[in-house]
Ligand binder design. Structure first.
Ligand code: ZN
Length: 212
């Protein structure tokens, strides 16, 4: 699902969007996503169509306060970040690494749950798009060097024709109340709910660096 070393040349991709006759607002979404991601990666492009579809199902404007959940960390999360301003930083994007190419979006809610829509790549519908199907299933028949452009064009032509959706309800997570705790090991301060066995995560099981 990645484009390896192929970096994004905005002009080329924008020209292809025009050549493929992609309509607004998706055209702008696709262009902005490719710019942000640094390449028009296939999963990102499908993701932009998914967000556009979810926005329409919600009847939402991308500038509203919207929450997104992505079921894969690959490419997809950049689409709701760019288009709907659901970011990891503002707490409105959750990425669950379960490997399904799917996205759920909902509005803010004061209830314990919120109604939303889950948009996913439909395994029946994708069969109508053989190149996308080969790429998506990681088939050895897919060659990104010879088929990359065709894949991109097929994704732009398919739009949401390979997607389906379902009505879902998601729990609303309340803002956690917390107290500061100073880690006895590193002396840095963390919220109490992130303390593991009396220490901060980095001094425990979530250690990710060594001092040099
Ligand atoms: Zn610590």
């Amino acid at each position: 699902m990645d484009e390896g070393h192929h970096h994004h040349h905005g002009g080329d991709f924008d020209a292809r969007l025009t050549a493929c006759g992609v309509a607004e607002p998706v055209r702008t979404y696709l262009s902005q996503c490719a710019q942000f991601h640094s390449s028009p990666a296939p999963g990102l492009l499908i993701g932009a169509f998914m967000v556009d579809y979810a926005l329409e199902l919600l009847g939402a404007n991308p500038d509203e306060k919207l929450f997104s959940v992505c079921e894969t960390p690959k490419c997809l999360p950049d689409a709701p970040q760019v288009i709907a301003h659901s970011t990891t930083g503002n707490g409105r994007l959750k990425v669950i690494p379960i490997g399904r190419f799917a996205l759920t979006m909902n509005r803010a809610s004061t209830d314990k749950t919120a109604d939303g829509f889950r948009v996913y790549v439909d395994q029946e519908k994708i069969k109508a798009f053989p190149i996308i199907d080969k790429w998506f299933s990681n088939s050895p028949e897919f060659n990104k060097h010879t088929m990359g452009t065709n894949l991109q064009e097929q994704i732009l032509a398919a739009g949401r024709k390979l997607l389906s959706y379902e009505n879902v309800r998601v729990p609303v997570t309340l803002k956690e109340t917390w107290q500061p705790v100073t880690c006895p090991s590193c002396k840095e301060t963390v919220p109490d709910y992130l303390v593991i066995d009396g220490k901060c995560g980095a001094c425990g099981p979530m250690k990710y660096y060594e001092k040099r």
